[in-house]
Ligand binder design. Structure first.
Ligand SMILES: CC(C)(COP(=O)(O)OP(=O)(O)OC[C@H]1O[C@@H](n2cnc3c(N)ncnc32)[C@H](O)[C@@H]1OP(=O)(O)O)[C@@H](O)C(=O)NCCC(=O)NCCS
Length: 428
């Protein structure tokens, strides 16, 4: 059951006008999603044999109110795992067991998300996977795989981690679903819906009925349709990898010059986050995130898990006031990609913008400092979604739009469609 906050529900009734605004902006945003579908040549009436059976809004519906789509109880939840074809078996993956973690790493390294041209494939590191899958109060039951019975080869994986998500002022206990992957040789055999249904069952058994997830593809129905932007830090390598192209009439040396970052940070006092910063930094971030339509609610323990600087996993820098209170923070995570079939380069080191809050300095200056540190740590590119206030600095800091969109989804929870700037949640 979702954990509705009654006081906040009362606030919703205060102003009919503000409700009308939500409906109007939802209708407008819905139009944007329909336009996107047209651009992507996706038929909104396309049947989705699996998703059409799930508690998610139909793609062309204008959602006007937030809330669960269906209400179930534990009695409605199947007690045994879903059946699998005879050759396969379900396994719980123990992330603390290095061999099992290595199996997940290898499955993802060889089969996870690629770009449309199959030039790059995400290469989440082992340390990253541990971080992403073991936040406070994680459930080991929510890391599940499918193995071939005879060889024990891992051929499918899906994971969930607990999260508290604020949706239009309702605080909802959810699961964040990530790392859905089916081995390339088993694609288009409807194994993905089985993995999704099994994780749903395991999550429901914990009395959790809502989920948040993102995907590149459009299925019923995105809450928001966001876009990646890329800031070149190593333009020569990016061109050599075909990540970007040398613009017409531009030489490589000019491109390198255009993409220089500041030699020194703009803030003289910016430094890595430490444990002592957690109370003020967590409060700063929670206050900031509460203004968005969809955002996580973190305890200090969770904040420290997600933002504690870890080499090659996540970085967080802060600025403090005279009393030592954090006034500004910028963070990014490390997600390299394997470069597929390139003679010169094997891996692309990418930083992904995480959570940024600026109160004592302009956000653009804070992000310029993030670029400075990322360049210093040898990142090739800094990626950023157009969510939160990110659109305010993308152009001036020379980010270029990418060609992929990232769709945000909620399971069993409908809410008016959001603009990217109304999303305050980053999923890894
Ligand atoms: C995503 C992946 C597991 C889907 O498996 P598949 O073999 O292509 O698809 P299946 O035949 O098993 O299932 C198809 C169904 O799954 C749905 N589906 C596919 N990818 C999905 C995703 N990322 N999220 C949710 N549903 C998805 C499809 O929409 C379809 O349902 P529908 O008929 O209702 O539209 C597989 O393509 C894969 O591992 N890709 C690389 C990793 C990846 O992209 N992971 C998802 C990250 S968001």
């Amino acid at each position: 059951m979702s954990d509705h906050n009654n006081n906040k529900d009362k606030d919703k009734d205060i102003s009919d006008d503000s409700n009308k605004e939500i409906v109007k902006s939802s209708a407008e945003n819905n139009k944007q999603i329909m336009k996107l579908l047209t651009n992507m040549k996706i038929d909104p009436d396309q049947p989705h044999p699996f998703w059409d059976t799930q508690p998610v809004p139909k793609i062309d519906i204008v959602v006007e109110k937030s809330g669960p789509i269906e209400i179930k109880t534990l009695d409605d939840v199947r007690k045994e795992p879903l059946p699998l074809p005879d050759l396969f078996e379900w396994v719980h993956i123990n992330i603390n067991d290095n061999e099992q973690l290595q199996d997940v790493y290898q499955l993802l390294n060889e089969n996870y998300v690629e770009d449309d041209d199959n030039l790059f494939r995400f290469d989440y590191s082992v340390a990253f996977l541990k971080w992403a899958l073991q936040p406070p109060h994680y459930l080991k039951d929510w890391h599940i795989g499918v193995r071939v019975k005879s060889s024990k080869k891992l051929v499918g994986f899906i994971s969930g981690i607990p999260a508290t998500i604020n949706v239009d002022t309702d605080i909802v206990k959810m699961v964040e679903i990530n790392f859905l992957c089916v081995h390339k040789k088993l694609r288009e055999k409807r194994l993905a819906p089985v993995l999704i249904k099994e994780i749903t069952r395991l999550v429901n058994l914990q009395n959790i009925w809502q989920a948040a997830y993102t995907a590149g593809l459009v299925i019923p129905k995105p809450v928001a349709s966001c876009r990646y932007f890329h800031r070149s830090l190593n333009p020569k390598k990016l061109v050599e990898c075909n990540f970007s192209a040398l613009p017409p009439r531009c030489t490589m040396s000019l491109l390198i010059q255009l993409n220089r970052v500041n030699e020194k940070p703009k803030s003289a006092t910016i430094r890595p986050l430490t444990k002592e910063d957690v109370p003020s930094a967590c409060a700063l971030l929670m206050t900031y995130l509460s203004k968005f339509g969809v955002s996580p609610v973190m305890t200090e323990e969770e904040f420290w898990h997600w933002l504690r600087p870890q080499k090659d996993v996540v970085n967080c820098y802060v600025i403090t006031d005279a009393a030592g209170k954090v006034t500004d923070m910028t963070s990014w995570y490390t997600l390299p990609s394997s470069v597929i079939g390139n003679a010169k380069h094997k891996t692309l080191k990418a930083a992904f913008s995480f959570y940024n809050v600026a109160t004592s300095v302009p956000l653009i200056d804070l992000m310029a400092d993030a670029l400075h540190f990322a360049k210093k740590s040898d990142f090739d590119v800094f990626n950023c979604l157009d969510i939160m206030d990110n659109a305010t600095f993308l152009k001036d800091l020379k980010f270029q739009p990418g060609d992929g969109n990232l769709q945000y989804y909620l399971y069993n929870y409908s809410t008016p469609t959001k603009k990217p700037a109304d999303i305050g949640l980053v999923l890894l």
